[in-house]
Design a protein around this ligand. Sequence first.
Ligand code: GLU
Length: 416
Amino acid sequence: MESGGSIFNAMLQEFDGAARLLGLDQGIWKVLTHPKRQIAVSCPIQMDNGEIEVFTGYRVQYNITLGPAKGGIRYHPNVTLDEVTALAAWMTWKCAVAHVPFGGGKGGIIVDPNRLSRRELEALTRRYIAEIVDAIGPEKDVPAPDVNTNDQIMAWVMDTYSMHVGHTATAVVTGKPIEMGGSLGRREATGRGVMIVTREAAKHLGFDIKGATVAVQGFGNVGSVSADLLAKIGAKIVAVTDWKGGVYNEKGLDIAKMIDYAKQHKTIEGFSGGEPIDNAKLFALDVDVLVPAALENQITGQNAGSIKARVIAEGANGPTTPDAHQILHDRGIFVIPDILANAGGVTTSYFEWVQDRHGLFWEESEVNHRLETKMVEAFHDVLETSIRYKTDLRTAAYIVAISRVATVTKMRGMYA
Ligand code: GLU
């Protein structure tokens, strides 16, 4: 199996390729390939039926050289420490590529949140945060939403932390509701970033995004907003799949209607605007742009050969395995890697953290304008690096990230 099935090993393979090209110092190499801190906690919860269940949670602070650890919390039955560690490493490189002053972290709980009541979900969130309360904080580690978590869960995170420290600490978490220190534009930010880099890629490759065809895997916060904003700049979204089903229409799907449908049904399956389609067929569509915006390991050695898209914009973290990466590269597909393509979320999280710490909140247009500037800069930093090093965009993104973190690691020096 590719990378021995370990997502962390897949991350290391990507890292090594870039570190070699960069001629990275061996000592710094060792530092940057080890997580700083991995926390595992047990969270006992009294369920609605009176029984006690114990859930396992993790928080990994991969690197805090550039600033507080930053990264989301995911609730999923397949969460593992290996996965959370890889995701925390990816956050480190993502924050460095986006040029925001954060390190990288990630959290996860092994749970299917769809099987919990609202009360159980709140109890689990509060207990998990109570278990890691000493490790997080506005200057230490700042969680955010990720797969299956949302602004309500972030509100409970903020409240639990605040109750423990004895004062309201809005900057401990981002992706909060607007009413309690959230930022305008944060919910849409990851999808907005995907739209911006896709638009820049089309410009670079010389095709018009207006009328370009797009297929999107995943219709959560990232997939739905990416599809919506790409449609708004004139692209034609011809196919979408989610955890349950998919819809295809060569004339284009009405994404605004699909978003309403998904809100009601928790899936797009059964949406009447087209014919059913599955992931394998979606990946093989003859489209201009493919946006994988679901989970890791979706584009593999098995299906990479069937992909016909010119551009892949990785809305998800780690959707492409190392084997598949090589195949896509050999086939000349322009892959905008996760640590660049989906960096819009954490960039606006940075803006949220800044606003919370200042107690001064910006208009949505200012948030979006700043995000636009940051994403365009990051895209061009990576593109220029790929040209200078004659390499693909993923390796180039790692080169940008590693050199930024390595420079500061050397400046700070080794303690003791
Ligand atoms: N979960 C998002 C990601 O993977 C956002 C993290 C954040 O805003 O801290 O990038």
